[in-house]
Each structure stands twice: as C-alpha cells, then as structure tokens.
Design a protein around this ligand. Sequence first.
Ligand code: ZN
Length: 159
Amino acid sequence: MNDQLDDLYRDIILDHYRAPRGRQPLDKSDISSEGQNPSCGDEIVLEVKVDGDTVQDVHVNCQGCAISVASGSMLAEYVKGKSIDEVKKMSETVRKLLKGEDTEVPEEADDLDALKGVRQFPVRIKCALLAWITLIDGLKNYENGSGGSGKKVSTEEEN
Ligand code: ZN
C-alpha cells in the first residue's frame, strides 16, 4: 500500500482488504465468472445467485493486491439485493470514478468513493476494475444464456 494514498481512502481500502466481504461460498450459484489482471497478478473468482433480476447473494474470492481485494469486497457489499441494472450502473460509475470522469457515488455505496484514491496510481486502476469487469462479463453470459465462455476475463482487454 502506498503511503501517498490519502489516509481516509487508505483506511477504507485496508479495512476491506483485511476483512473482505462475500467470502462465504454459496450453496448454489447462477453465475460463475473468473478474471485476471496480468499486470499485477490479481486473480478473482465470482459467483452470483440471482432471483429474477435481483442479485440475491454473491461470493467473491480474490487473490491479489490490497486494491483488487478491497474492490472485490466493496462489490460484494454493494451488489447484494440490487437489481442487475443497478449493478451494471454501478460498475459504470466505478469505471468513471477510476478514470477521473465526472460521476456521483450513491450515499449507500460511499466506501466505493475511496477507489478515487487509486487514480493517483494509474497502474493500479486495473486492480480496482478487475472485480467489476469480471462481474459484468458473468452477467452478460447469464443474460444471453450462454452460461459463460469458460474463458477468464482479463483486464488487458480493457482500454
Ligand atoms: Zn493488483
């Protein structure tokens, strides 16, 4: 963790890193998606239980740096009980936040605001994005009924 990261942001990120949310395995899942961030070595496995168009539960297992783990934990905390549309919207918000574009983080997800601090470290942006692009890929496969390509999502395909 870099000392230059704002204290507040760093505390929030470290809190999620030390006690990641969504670690409990699910008894059954509708979506399973894997992602990797080769530039840092982060790897993630996401499982999601869906009921209609609502995310009922999520399991996140991220092996990687503090930022990738914290971002996955924030994702787990946020998506539970949200509609698929809300989840998609939030992943777009996270992307904008990381790229320094104008966006609003809803109050209920204010921990995610800490990811702003990552902007100062461009090489870490992909770490923070990993969980979100992996989730979006899983949702896409779910919605088109393909059940996944079996291929890992990679942050290298991001631009
Ligand atoms: Zn990383």
